[in-house]
Design a protein around this ligand. Sequence first.
Ligand SMILES: Nc1ncnc2c1ncn2[C@@H]1O[C@H](COP(=O)(O)OP(=O)(O)OP(=O)(O)O)[C@@H](O)[C@H]1O
Ligand SMILES: [Mg+2]
Length: 324
Amino acid sequence: MAEREVILDIRDLQVHYVVRTGTIRGVDHVDLMVYQGETLGLVGESACGKSTLGRAILRLVPEPGEIVGGQILFDGQDLLKKDEKEMTSLRGKRISMIFQDPMTSLNPLQRIDQHFIETIRTHDPQISKREALDMAARMFDRLGIQRERLTDYPHQLSGGMRQRVMIGLALILNSDLVIADEPTTSLDVIVEAQILDLLKHLKEMYPMTLVLISHNLGIVSELADRLAVMYAGKLVEVAPAQPLFDEPLHPYTQGLLASVPNIRLEDTVLRTMQGAPPNLIHPPPGCRFHPRCPYVMDRCREQEPPFLKVGPERWAMCWLYEKS
Ligand SMILES: Nc1ncnc2c1ncn2[C@@H]1O[C@H](COP(=O)(O)OP(=O)(O)OP(=O)(O)O)[C@@H](O)[C@H]1O
Ligand SMILES: [Mg+2]
């Protein structure tokens, strides 16, 4: 297979939230590569650090969050070394983000067409308002929304349409990298399926790289080429999607998969996972998953396993795979 081009190379990333009770290590020494053109699913239970990682890529971690270490190489350049002006020109143009709740990202006082004109002209003032409107109208065709709705205000659209608009705004400048953070979580299942179909369809039309964040493995299974599984601020498994579904390596991934309806796992004894993710101010010593792990060994309680290469393109942070 030809060497795939790496568009994003995250190295030893650490993001902390300092709060009254201590330091929450939201992203704790994470390494992750994203290949040009792929769809990478980033999954894990609530509060494991997915959004923090996604936002860190755009340097949009909310207060009191702070990126305290590591590198984020995008096209070979470290985003953490760029000044705010350079970041502003990258955001939306080269890297864009689709958030879970479109209502908080859209300006309620602004019509939808104005959102498009502003997004387009902020990055390219040479484009006239008329041209920008044309671009928006063509995008609406692709999003499956009638052009007349361009003059609506956000509250006049349904939740599903608002999410389509957010997707359109993220794609209108042909971003190279799109990070979609739980883009369907606030929608009902039918609209969710439509939005996922739309993303799949747009992915075929635009040469973008997509990072799709979800707590639901079932959702990303439809779209992802590869999966990265997070637990308690750490990446615990990275694998191509099909091999991961066929044979999840990390006990946490096994637990996640076992709790997805419709994905049948043969030969496993796993039920729904017991317990909950740990407090990230005082995570358990050793492997963070050990208190919930059905295979826990003494060593797991004391020593954190390294991220072990287990097979072609497969990594797992688990002592089970250490070659003796
Ligand atoms: N603004 C904030 N202030 C303080 N702590 C935060 C903030 N945002 C996130 N955290 C903490 O950082 C950790 C990671 O949270 P994050 O939102 O990244 O998780 P997530 O995987 O996206 O969860 P979810 O599936 O619920 O969206 C959690 O412990 C969370 O409480
Ligand atoms: Mg989140």
